[in-house]
Design a protein around this ligand. Sequence first.
Ligand code: HEM
Length: 357
Amino acid sequence: MTEYHDPQLAQQIRALDPLRADELLADLPKLNRAGDRAALAMTLTLLVDNGLAQPARSLPEANAAMRDLGMVLSSVRRHGDEPVEAVPRLEALLLDLADRTGLVPRDMILHYTVWNPTGDRERTFTGDPMERALIESVRLVGDDLEAAIRRCDRILAAPSLEAVPPLLLDELAADLQCMVDSMDMVIDEVRPEFFFTDIRPYLDPVLVEGKSYYGAAAAQMPIWLIDQALWAADDGHAEYRDFAASMLPYALPHWVGHYRDWTAKPSISGRIRTALAPYGTDDPPPHLERIAKAHTGVLRTLLTFRGRHMGITKRAYAGAPNMSGSGGGSVALLQEIIELTRAHARLTAPTRASAPS
Ligand code: HEM
């Protein structure tokens, strides 16, 4: 499904309103504030009937329809009802949209953020400026992460490390800076407690054909795929591998393709370790040293994101440190991922002085 590569796709999906949901969704925060289960079920019924009467014709239409159904079905779930029990006709529509999009029969993080319109038409559960900031903080990383994926692919496609310009790794670090900027935006504009009490409850799993599907979790953004290229492909850490595998159902088709392809190859970190090994404590040749330094820079950027993200997460989940995150992970898993990233940065640092502490 090559259409997901189309740089215009997000723009197209944002502009569309195939279920004629604009006005109904403008009222969603009010219904959620009131906890009005009957009105939420009625809104869902109206959208489902519009969707069944006029099936989506294109990939952007199908994704815009899934986005809008997702806002309402997640609201229905948050107030205690299973959406397909509340509106049984919903199930067939979700399954049809899953077929047309090649994605799960539920909305994902891209629907809620990158494919969510901006301005007056922005879909929110609460209407709160902190929710809008959270949506924007993920929306703004979409393009840069796609660029990062393309750069990882170029690096891994090179016949050897000698053929990799170090600049490519510097550019990869610059792509990933978006994650640090995103955390800074969340730190400035969102109280972590607000996420936990006011947003997290809308992201609970729902059942479709008896199978459980997570809500729009930021963990679904393809950092797990970048990790795969950088260090995870040959790391063998079982818990991390299971976490990344659990993200695959919520991935775009080309992300899954890259994941499978990269899993069969040594990671960038693995290649650098192999190349550095013969030099022991001696200085490696300049090109290799430059590559190793640039790779450390990439992992440092990820560590900066992860350190700031951990600070926010610990505060958000302070009252329930063992509770599962919206993507099915945990605060303990995040700590584990930080340690793995740091370990790989140390293993490939060309000199002790350049290794992150
Ligand atoms: C208040 C804000 C946030 C909280 C409380 C939070 C919490 C969490 C939790 C508990 C996890 C564990 C996995 C799971 O979801 O089950 C997680 C993972 C993750 N989150 Fe967040 N998150 C927040 C905001 C964000 C934002 C804005 C982004 C991206 C722009 C993001 C990106 C990620 C990523 C990529 C992971 C996977 C783990 C990793 O790569 O280190 N998060 N988050």
